[in-house]
Structures are given as structure tokens and as C-alpha cells.
Design a protein around this ligand. Structure first.
Ligand code: HEC
Length: 427
């Protein structure tokens, strides 16, 4: 360079300016190409952030039910699922979805406000898990026998009252006999949330009160048979369940993706339901309007609302119809609701349904209610509601005798009698 001529020196800036411009152009061209490829990539894969060690929800081997549901949705979009693995601890959403690491997080309570949530695809409950061969039945926090049992609950941090069951127990003065298990456990072990259920199976504790999916899944995998019974809380309302609607989460700005996912959830509802059943998830139909969940950025595997204040589903036909129009949500708000089904069974006897249809619905003077043959060609909920309220031929109508809510409960019970081909279910 030192030996360059005057002209050369003059030429040099020019040449380098050209080069710089070219570089700049090609760099921006490169950027454009890179951006386009990335966008294409983004539309090609269904990017999910999930916990690598959190069965029954998800794991790195993709054995969790949320992994299976993600596959169903991705297939619906013609995409493949790609994962960013991240333990579901405090800060999970901030570090993953909201940091752009992925576009979807599975299994969030609908009321979580850090993200946009889709319509719920399942609703589950807290449940008692205890050995089959006990002389007592547990379903309520108010059962006096709870004071005499050693009960395990999950804890998130070191605060003993931060999970809804722990809170409900402490409110009733049940504290000394409660044993806390970290929901995170030792992360080096497989499936930390399952430890509490192993403790029940090994008789280290008499019963556990856990989030239903954890209870249902791990109870199936013990050497002894365990019961999984949804908790009925008699706190605020006589039939309050510690239940939460669970949805998918996307970034707050991703309204379009949310709508796409809602469509997929509706379209694949039956397939998703089957996955939940296969994994032993004790559930009830999602609440038409959703239910409150935690407002904090915790992991999503356990709803862990500070205080459950879920309203009893209302059952007006209008609201239920609206729910059905939304897709996934069942027309009958009590379908699969264990408590309403018990009430429905009582009504079935009280209203003499059994005298014509048989005690277990097998039929008599009235038709069999357990098979897939329906007099009207369809056994959907609207038709059955009409049948019960208006009656037909020799069957009396119950309009004016029972409320619509009671009718839905009877119908929810009648549904449990069904023994026909599950694929023909249309309610
Ligand atoms: C007096 C006898 C009688 C009683 C009581 C009665 N039913 Fe019926 N039910 C019938 C008859 C008969 C039919 C068939 C009517 C028809 O031709 O559609 C029927 C039909 C039905 C159907 C439709 C079945 C089908 O195959 O389409 C349902 C569901 C049903 N009843 C539920 C109930 C419930 C729930 C109650 C109680 C709240 C009840 N029934 C009480 C006689 C009775």
C-alpha cells in the first residue's frame, strides 16, 4: 500500500467503496434470504417448548400425553414438532415462549395471563390417591378420617400452603400429618412428580392429594392397585371441585396462531380425548367459559392456583349451546363430571326412569339406553334433552318437573351407562 501511486491511492477508496457496497448489498441480501428461510422454517415446524423430564406431561423421549397431543396438532398443520427443552420452573414462560424459543407451550391453565391461551382441550381435577384395600372412601377435605391419615401433597417452593390441597387442608387444621413432596423433586431422577404416588404404593403415606393427571398416570404404574378419586371441596360452594381448564399457550401477539390452534383442537377433539383416556387422566368436560388458574409464571404441569375459586358450571341451554358452538366443549356441562353423575343417578331413581329403562339402563318397557341404537336415529345431547323434557310416545316429559340443570345431570348419568361402540358417540 505504501508504494501505491497517486492514482492507485485515488482508485483504492473508490474500489473499496464499491466492494463495501457490494458487501453491504450481499449482506442484506443474505439477511433477506436468511429471514425468508427462517420464516419458511417456522411454518414448517410446530415449535414447542416443553419440560424434558416431566411425565405424564412431556419428556425428551416424547412419551408424555402433551407430546402426543402436540403431534396430533402438528400433523393437522402438515408440520413436524420441534422441541426446545426447558425445565418447567418459575420463569419458564419468560425464558421460552416469550423469548421466542418456540411458538407454543402445551398444558397451561386458561386463566394464565402471561400468554394468550386457546380454548381448553381438557379439564382436570385434584384427586385423592390411596390404596384400593382401605376401609374408608375419600372424596372430601371434610372427611374426619383425614385427621388420622398421613397425607402427601405436592409443594412448589418451600411454602407449605402454596398448593390448593395443602391450603385446603391447613384451613381445616390438618397440618401435622401432612407431608410435603417437591413437585420438582430431584431433577436427576426420572419423573420427579411421581415420587409421591410411589410413596402411597410403598405405604410411606396413606394417601396423596395431587393434580389429577399426575395421580391418574402414576397410579396405573404401581404394583398395588390405587384409587384415584376427584376431590370435592365443600368450602365455598357445596360442589366445588378443584378443577382447572387446560389450554395451549401462545405469545400474546399471536392471535392468528391461537385461532388456528382452536380450529385444530376442535377438529381433533376425539383423538385428543382418547390420548387423555389412554394416559389415565381423570377429567371432566372443560368449563364453557374457562376457570381461574394461577397468575404466576410457574411451571404448567400443576395448576397450583393459590386459591381455587372455581364456579359450579351453569347449565342453561343457551350457554351450553354456545359452548358447543365453540367446538370442543361438550353441550352438556356435566358430561363426565363425577359429582353431577352421582346426582344424576339419584334423579334417575327418584324420577322413576328406572321403572321403564331398567336400573342399569338395560331397558324394559322403555328402550335400552346402553346401546348405540336410538329411536330417533341420533342419540346426541340436544335430542336426548328434548326426549327428557318433552317426552315422546309412552315416555312422559319432565318439563316443569325438573330443571334443565337436573335434566343435564340425569343425561350425564345415562351417558355413563353406555356400552356401545365409543366411535359412535355423538354427544
Ligand atoms: C313410563 C315409562 C318411561 C319413563 C318413566 C321414562 N321413560 Fe324414557 N322412554 C320411554 C319410552 C317408551 C321411550 C321410547 C319413546 C319413543 O318412542 O321415542 C323412551 C325413550 C327414552 C330415551 C331415548 C332412547 C332412544 O332409544 O331414543 C331416553 C334417553 C330416555 N327415554 C331417558 C329417560 C330418562 C332419563 C327418564 C327419567 C327422567 C325416562 N326416560 C323416563 C319410557 C319411559
Amino acid at each position: 500500500m505504501l508504494n501505491q501511486t497517486e492514482g492507485g491511492r485515488r482508485a483504492a477508496p473508490h474500489a473499496s467503496a464499491c466492494l463495501a457496497l457490494l458487501l453491504l448489498l450481499s449482506a442484506s441480501l443474505f439477511l433477506v434470504v436468511a429471514w425468508a428461510t427462517e420464516t419458511a422454517e417456522a411454518t414448517k415446524s410446530f415449535r414447542v417448548c416443553a419440560d424434558p423430564n416431566n411425565l405424564p406431561f412431556s419428556n425428551r423421549q416424547q412419551e408424555g400425553f402433551e407430546n402426543k397431543i402436540a403431534e396430533v396438532l402438528a400433523r393437522g398443520l402438515g408440520q413436524a414438532v420441534t422441541y426446545t427443552w426447558w425445565p418447567q420452573r418459575r420463569g419458564f414462560l419468560r425464558s421460552t415462549l416469550n423469548a421466542g424459543q418456540c411458538d407454543v407451550v402445551m398444558g397451561l391453565p386458561v386463566a394464565i395471563d402471561m400468554v394468550l391461551t386457546t380454548q381448553p382441550y381438557y379439564r382436570s381435577v385434584y384427586a385423592f390417591v390411596y390404596p384400593e384395600d382401605t376401609p374408608y372412601d375419600l372424596s372430601s377435605f371434610d372427611d374426619p378420617v383425614l385427621k388420622e391419615l398421613k397425607i402427601g401433597v405436592h409443594l412448589i417452593g418451600d411454602d407449605y400452603t402454596n398448593s390448593p390441597p395443602a391450603h385446603a387442608l391447613s384451613k381445616r387444621g390438618i397440618v401435622d400429618n401432612v407431608v410435603g413432596y417437591s413437585v420438582f423433586g430431584n431433577y436427576a431422577d426420572p419423573n420427579p412428580p411421581g415420587k409421591i404416588i410411589e410413596a402411597v404404593a410403598n405405604n410411606e403415606i396413606d394417601a396423596a392429594i395431587v393434580w389429577g393427571p399426575i395421580g391418574g398416570y402414576f397410579a396405573q404404574r404401581q404394583a398395588v392397585s390405587l384409587r384415584v378419586v376427584p376431590v370435592v371441596s365443600e368450602d365455598e360452594s357445596p360442589s366445588l371441585l378443584l378443577a382447572y381448564d387446560i389450554a395451549l399457550g401462545v405469545r400474546r401477539s399471536d392471535e392468528a396462531l391461537k385461532n388456528t390452534l382452536n380450529g385444530l383442537l376442535t377438529q381433533h377433539a376425539a383423538e385428543i380425548q382418547q390420548i387423555l383416556v389412554d394416559y389415565g387422566i381423570p377429567g371432566i368436560a372443560p368449563h364453557p367459559t374457562g376457570s381461574p388458574g394461577p397468575q404466576q409464571d410457574t411451571g404448567a404441569s400443576d395448576p397450583q392456583a393459590s386459591q381455587a375459586s372455581d364456579e359450579q358450571p351453569t347449565a342453561s341451554r343457551g350457554e351450553a349451546g354456545q359452548a358447543a358452538a365453540n367446538g370442543l366443549v361438550k353441550l352438556n356441562p356435566y358430561t363426565g363430571n363425577p359429582e353431577a353423575i352421582i346426582e344424576g343417578e339419584e334423579l334417575y331413581k327418584l324420577l322413576n326412569c328406572y321403572s321403564c329403562h331398567g336400573l342399569r339402563g338395560g331397558g324394559g318397557m322403555g328402550p335400552d339406553l346402553t346401546d348405540e341404537e336410538w329411536k330417533e336415529g341420533t342419540g346426541d345431547d340436544t335430542r336426548v334433552m328434548d326426549q327428557v323434557m318433552t317426552g315422546r310416545n309412552k315416555m312422559p316429559g319432565y318439563d316443569g318437573v325438573i330443571t334443565e340443570e337436573e335434566a343435564w345431570k340425569v343425561i350425564a348419568y345415562v351417558r355413563t351407562l353406555y356400552k356401545g361402540n365409543p366411535s359412535t358417540i355423538e354427544w
